[in-house]
Design a binder for this molecule. Structure first.
Ligand code: ATP
Length: 450
């Protein structure tokens, strides 16, 4: 761990020197400033963990106003850095004022070294705990177990590609229809990445209002704007040493895209209300079901931002394209739901499996998971039946399940004949065929002619 850095702010060189001696002797790194002005410059350019602050800077002044002004500034500019006020031994009133303005503690001059070290250590521990606590509170998403299921050849290929790059810190964009599992895949990428022990922070970009964007992403300090009643840690900071997942990235308002681009390009950002520049340290994964080609052509999405996000782009196939995953996923969801509702293990009957395979899954895996959960809850059978699935057959009949062209042709001819009371000319017209080509096809399927 790097040593904590203490900034000693005092106009008297002898005080700075004696503080430096004792602090450096005890393993701290020390920076010195002879005025609040110089201290501000140092804070804006260097990483400071604690400030030891003299309250008076002009000869013969004891009001402490300069120190108090500095504390007000600090609360806004870098409220996360603790300050310890140095006061004359008799000036309790000033110590109280300093603490009201955000100083964590105070020490009377001349100090006892042991006492000084104790206060500093206490303040550093307290600040570390505060930040940790805030991070935990803001990590609203409960951790989920990541049972990621795949079997189909197209998913096997995708997963092999993902695994080959997951250990790098390359930026990944996941595209695909709603409910195909982009968010789940982002979590999976995190779990097999080299930052797996760090946090996984997911942000739904479509749910952040335009005026709160910066505060959400970069954080704000108390008083940065009217409603900023306390410090807030931004998502970039929360995701430090881990993965930041930006879901629905295409929904980010144009006005905010430049701000995100700047961070991605420079790796730097500022907490709202602070002028201190922060460095990002995250692995970025984003996802969208948007059509970036169209969005860029319509000037709704910046092309330069798109190229920053899609260093590697993976399209997650829809469930229709990965029929071999349907039963494996359905069984996984049945087991998960049975465990959740403490029901005995349930199999899926052959007929029900066939119905699942024939359905067209407009809502993809999300629809499958809801459907299986509902079936587990409501079934009275020992094995799930087609009737337990409540498939939306009205929509299903208007879309075709996967089958060979010959099977589809046979099915359509059968349907056309059925709705036209076996009148061949009318059925041919319905299918856009001439009567003779209809007869030619019927020769292939003699059983349909009865
Ligand atoms: N391969 C998988 N194995 C197991 N469960 C999955 C898999 N893929 C997705 N799921 C589950 O399906 C549901 C939908 O997945 P997810 O939210 O990741 O989709 P999405 O593509 O991000 O959706 P949207 O575009 O609407 O945000 C979730 O409950 C998720 O846990």
């Amino acid at each position: 761990m790097s040593k904590a850095c203490i900034l000693v702010v005092d106009d008297r060189p002898d005080i700075r020197l004696s503080a430096s001696f004792v602090l450096e002797d005890n393993g701290y790194q020390v920076l010195e400033a002879e005025s609040p002005y110089q201290a501000k410059e140092i804070i804006q350019s260097s990483k400071v963990d604690l400030i030891l602050l003299d309250m008076n800077y002009s000869l013969d002044t004891t009001s402490g106003d300069e120190g108090l002004d500095f504390l007000s500034w600090l609360a806004k500019a870098a409220g996360n850095i603790p300050a310890v006020a140095m006061t004359a031994w008799s000036n309790v009133e000033l110590a109280v004022k300093a603490m009201q303005l955000g100083a964590g503690d105070f020490i009377e001059k001349p100090w006892k070294n042991q006492r000084l070290l104790q206060i500093i250590e206490h303040q550093l521990t307290l600040t570390g705990l505060k930040v940790q606590n805030q991070k935990l509170q803001q990590r609203l998403e409960p951790e989920q177990s990541n049972d990621y299921v795949w079997r189909s050849p197209c998913m096997q290929e995708l997963m092999a590609q993902i695994e080959s790059v997951a250990q790098t810190d390359v930026t990944i964009l996941l595209t695909g229809d709603n409910g195909t599992g982009k968010s789940q895949l982002a979590k999976y990428i995190h779990q097999v990445s080299k930052v797996q022990s760090g946090p996984f922070i997911s942000v739904n970009m479509g749910a952040i209002s335009e005026n709160l964007f910066e505060s959400e992403m970069f954080g704000h300090s108390k008083g940065a704007f009217t409603d900023a009643k306390s410090n807030r840690i931004g998502r970039f900071e929360l995701a430090k040493d881990g993965t930041l997942f930006l879901d629905e990235i295409a929904n980010i308002p144009l006005s905010q895209q430049a701000k995100l681009l700047r961070v991605l390009e420079s790796g730097e950002y500022e907490v709202l209300g602070s002028s201190q520049t922060q460095q990002t340290n995250i692995r970025l994964v984003s996802a969208s079901n948007g059509d970036f080609g169209k969005l860029i052509a319509n000037e709704a999405f910046r092309e330069d931002l798109f190229y920053r996000l899609n260093t590697l782009e993976f399209r997650v196939p829809s469930l229709r394209e990965r029929a071999q995953d349907i039963i494996a996923l359905a069984q996984h969801f049945v087991k998960t739901a049975a465990d959740k509702y403490q029901k005995p293990a349930l199999a899926i009957s052959a007929d029900a499996q066939q119905a699942l395979l024939e359905y067209h899954w407009p809502g993809n895996i999300r629809e499958l998971s809801h459907l299986m959960e509902r079936a587990v809850l409501l079934t009275r059978h020992k094995e799930l039946q087609v009737s337990d699935l409540h498939l939306n057959t009205q929509i299903a009949t208007t879309a075709l399940p996967m089958m060979t062209l010959e099977q589809a042709e046979r099915k359509l001819i059968k349907q056309a004949l059925a709705v036209n009371d076996n009148h061949i000319a009318k059925a041919a017209a319905l299918l856009g065929l001439t009567k003779s080509s209809m007869y030619r096809r019927l020769e292939k399927y003699p059983d349909l002619q009865s």
